[in-house]
Write a protein that binds this ligand. Structure first.
Ligand code: PLP
Length: 391
């Protein structure tokens, strides 16, 4: 199909839910992607934090291919080797107890919400089902995870939303204390709000939230859909905070480019979901799980240290360029937010025209989520383009 037909068909036959930029990929490798018209882009988005090892990593492709040629799917009535290996990594790495697999971040969060509500129902009976989330959060696009998302713009059109959510400002411990009434069963948060602006929560605040939850037997759910799988220089971002959540959710980067989601439970709720309590046809599909095993196997201490080093280098280069509209750089590992004074939409178009793919977050933040194994050449090339676009 030629380039124009792809665009025309998309316009004609796909719902217009995304504002697309005119990139029609032909092929890609590492952090570089080529349009069908031959133009090359440096990709600092990783497909929104998905392509942990960039495009077409040879080991990853091999793992996918090998599993696809063995068997591509079995139903959940039977065992699955890649899923059981991945579960072991997730449980041992988080220090939690067991895992349920689905296909996306929204599903992982929805499952975590169900788990927290049933835990509370089993122990305290009806009426203790409210979940507190934070303003500027993002938890997904299902009717329930939209309700969980603490941004009014997401609470439109699709009424009625799922009841039982209330919202507090990040960092406001008094507000959270006041919100923790007898009907509350869980607090759900991202330790770095990704879509909301790369807002890094304070360590003191997160630790106080964890302590409050522990005291009141309220489950702490940490949404690691964007922050997990090495993005911040640790396997999971909560590990920067010296806390142990009751439930952790993961998706996006977990399989490095194939759909998978997971919620991982600690001791408290590990036996809450028994036979038939939850399910998913594709959850931990063998090909996706094999891809995830390959990705998680790459997250060695050395690799994670290189993530932090590269993130630091990017931050230093941006600050050294002295662009006067750069207000600040917020960063942990390679999860990077550059706050821009009066961020105009065409600034991003300028980056795109120059051959650089970046994301935005919140109102005034350029967000970078480069592949974690990005080469130094691509990193330098991308940063030069970014500085040119910001100047
Ligand atoms: C992307 C994202 C989600 C939703 O994930 P999907 O796979 O799109 O459903 C949920 N939470 C956070 C923090 C995210 O960044």
């Amino acid at each position: 199909m030629d380039r124009n037909t792809v665009i025309q068909n998309d316009n004609d036959f796909i719902m217009h839910t995304y504002g697309r930029l005119p990139l029609v990929p032909d092929h890609a490798s590492g952090a570089s992607i080529w349009d069908k018209n031959g133009k090359k882009y440096i990709d600092f988005t990783s497909g929104i934090g998905v392509n942990v090892l960039g495009y077409s990593d040879s080991g990853w492709s091999q793992a996918v291919f090998e599993q696809a040629t063995k068997y591509q799917h079995v139903c959940n009535y039977y065992y699955c080797e890649p899923a059981s290996a991945l579960a072991e990594w997730l449980v041992k790495t988080t220090g939690l107890e067991n895992v349920f697999f689905g296909n996306s971040g929204a599903e992982a969060n929805e499952g975590a919400i169900k788990l927290a509500r049933k835990y509370s129902f089993d122990k305290y009976g009806e009426g203790r089902n409210t979940i507190i989330t934070l303003n500027k959060s993002f938890h997904g696009r299902t009717v329930t995870t939209l309700a969980a998302t603490g941004q009014d713009v997401f609470h439109q059109y699709f009424f009625p939303f799922t009841d039982g959510f209330k919202y507090c400002d990040a960092g406001d411990l008094d507000a959270l204390n006041a919100a923790c009434t007898a009907d509350v069963c869980a607090v759900m948060l991202e330790v770095i709000q990704g879509e909301g602006g790369v807002n890094i929560l304070d360590k003191d605040y997160v630790q106080a939230v964890a302590a409050l939850c522990e005291k009141k037997d309220i489950l702490l759910i940490v949404d690691e859909v964007q922050t997990g799988i090495g993005r911040t220089g640790k396997p999971f971002a909560f590990q920067h905070y010296d806390i142990l959540p009751d439930i952790v959710t993961s998706a996006k980067g977990l399989a490095g480019g194939l759909p998978i989601g997971a919620f991982i439970s600690g001791k408290k709720a590990a036996s809450t979901l028994g036979a038939s309590a939850h399910g998913s046809t594709f959850g931990a599909n063998p090909v996706c799980a094999a891809a995830a095993c390959y990705i998680t196997g790459k997250l060695t201490d050395d690799f994670l240290a290189s993530v932090e080093n590269k993130g630091k280098l990017i931050e230093e280069k941006i600050l050294a360029a002295g662009c006067e509209n750069v207000v600040s750089v917020r960063r942990l590992g390679m999860m990077i937010g550059i706050q821009i004074k009066d961020l105009p939409k065409d600034r991003l178009l300028k980056a795109f025209d120059l051959g650089l793919l970046v994301l935005t977050a919140g109102k005034d933040v350029v967000r970078l989520l480069p592949p974690l194994n990005i080469s130094m050449n691509e990193l330098d090339e991308g940063i030069s383009l970014l500085i040119e676009a910001l100047s």
